[in-house]
Design a binder for this molecule. Structure first.
Ligand code: MG
Length: 195
């Protein structure tokens, strides 16, 4: 699969776009990770459609409610500074791990909805996240994926323990995610293909 064909990026939230705070429900504690503000701007300017897919089992566990998740997302969007429509669609999966799973990653349900509703192919989607569940979601639909090691758990170690070290691309910063998604050649190629 060629990353040059990517048109849409599905981001995890905690540990990927913002600092991972356990069961985050206070907008005051939202902090963008290094490189995210500029990186999201660059991706938008380059024509990528951006999506957000976040597991928030704290809702299902009764630790906080959906309104608090929305408030944290709103704060994140304020900090990104590109308006409230920066993500074309947002999925908040509220299930606990032991509940019937609908949208909780690695469920492919949200990705499949994006594929249909935005007329995309699996080869045109890239998942970006800091945990194996993010990578596994992409794997479940056959999409491209980039792991970013900026979360609470060392993603290299998590993959090592699963015996999957060499299977996924893992980078160490959001800037490296953006660099992988954007190369001059790939963008020009895409523009050429649209003529
Ligand atoms: Mg995460």
């Amino acid at each position: 699969m060629c990353i040059n064909n990517i048109k849409a990026v599905v981001f995890d939230r905690d540990g990927t776009l913002i600092e991972h705070v356990h069961y985050l429900c206070d907008p005051e504690k939202v902090r963008l990770l290094n490189g995210v503000k500029n990186g999201i701007k660059v991706l938008k300017q380059s024509g990528f459609k951006l999506f957000l897919h976040s597991n928030q089992s704290g809702v299902g566990r009764g630790f906080f409610n959906l309104e608090q998740v929305y408030a944290c997302n709103q704060r994140m969007e304020e900090l990104i500074g590109l308006g409230s429509n920066v993500f074309s669609r947002v999925c908040i999966a509220t299930e606990k791990p032991d509940e019937e799973i609908l949208y909780r990653k690695p469920s492919p349900r949200f990705a499949n909805e994006i594929l249909t509703d935005f007329d995309l192919k699996t080869s045109e989607i890239c998942y970006v996240g800091d945990r194996y569940s993010d990578l596994e979601t992409a794997l479940n639909i056959g999409a491209y994926v980039i792991g970013v090691n900026t979360g609470l758990v060392d993603l290299h170690l998590e993959l090592f323990e699963l015996g999957l070290t060499s299977r996924f691309k893992v980078v160490n910063s959001f800037s490296d995610v953006v660099k992988n998604l954007i190369s001059k050649e790939s963008r020009l190629q895409n523009e050429f293909n649209h003529i």
